[in-house]
Write a protein that binds this ligand. Structure first.
Ligand code: CTP
Ligand code: MG
Length: 243
């Protein structure tokens, strides 16, 4: 029985603006991906990490990880094995390629965005523990601070009509790592490969199979680096940790 972490890191980071692929941009001098690998490595349960690199950047990512892990604070190499595989066009494709690289003895998997480099180890451990205790699918999530409206989307810039207001107290914003029994996530990926897209997280695919997904508490510091302002917040979190 073994738990692996898949880190999809093959995205381009278009919303962050021009520059290197998002996972390779630095926070406090260290690539976001390296922060994310360290976060998974610190988790007790994780004994293998599969990094899904930009399709044309697997060699570069391999070198980068070798360089940074040997230069890590304390100089220690990760206790975990780290595989690097090339990713795909969409996040779903990338996760599927990561799943395909897992050895046979893996029976539980955490899927963690490279774009959430600062997730605390306690959050990772809580997700892994819930899976090991038998939950087929587990997502960390937080209550939503804003009231959320559903609209009829328009692309012409005109005002969008509101079609509904879900009750805020029932909403949760989900983060990663999301944890799964490997069989469950593998089945979900096969199913959705047949059905097409419209799903923005791994747990959403599992829900489509009619399998229960449960929520554990997420963490503020597990936010996703998406837009330029998120880089400012991430640097501030790192500075606060060092203070
Ligand atoms: N991702 C991936 N393969 C893709 C697209 C995304 O592995 N084809 C990964 C990203 O690298 C990121 C995670 O999925 O770690 C979450 O995606 P997102 O935050 O949307 O990152 P990007 O797709 O890189 O950013 P953007 O959508 O702004 O281009
Ligand atoms: Mg994206």
């Amino acid at each position: 029985h073994r738990t692996a972490a898949i880190i999809p890191a093959a995205g381009r980071g278009l919303r962050l603006g021009p520059g290197a692929p998002k996972a390779l941009r630095t926070l406090s001098g260290t690539p976001m991906l390296v922060h994310a690998v360290r976060a998974m490595d610190r988790a007790r349960a994780v004994s293998l990490i599969v990094v899904v690199a930009p399709p044309d950047g697997a060699d570069e990512v391999r070198h980068l990880l070798d360089e940074h892990t040997s230069l890590a604070p304390g100089g220690e190499l990760p206790a975990t094995d780290v595989l690097v595989v090339p990713g795909g066009e969409t996040r779903q494709d990338s996760v599927r390629l990561g799943l395909a690289a897992l050895p046979d003895d893996v029976d539980a998997v955490l899927v963690h965005d490279a774009a959430r480099p600062l997730v605390p180890v306690d959050t990772v451990d809580a997700v892994a523990a819930a899976v090991r205790e038998g939950a087929p699918a587990v997502v960390p999530a937080l209550p939503v601070p804003d009231t959320v409206k559903e609209v009829e989307p328009r692309t012409d810039g005109g005002p969008e009509p509101v079609t509904g207001t879900p009750e805020r107290s029932r909403l949760r914003a989900v983060q990663t790592p999301q944890g799964f029994a490997l069989k469950v996530l593998a089945a979900a990926h096969e199913q959705v490969a047949r059905e097409g897209d419209g799903v923005t997280d791994d747990a959403g695919m599992v829900e489509r199979l009619g399998i229960e997904v449960v929520v554990v508490p997420g963490h503020e510091e597990a936010f996703k680096v998406t837009r330029p302002l998120d880089l400012v917040l991430a640097e501030a979190v790192i500075a606060r940790r060092r203070a």
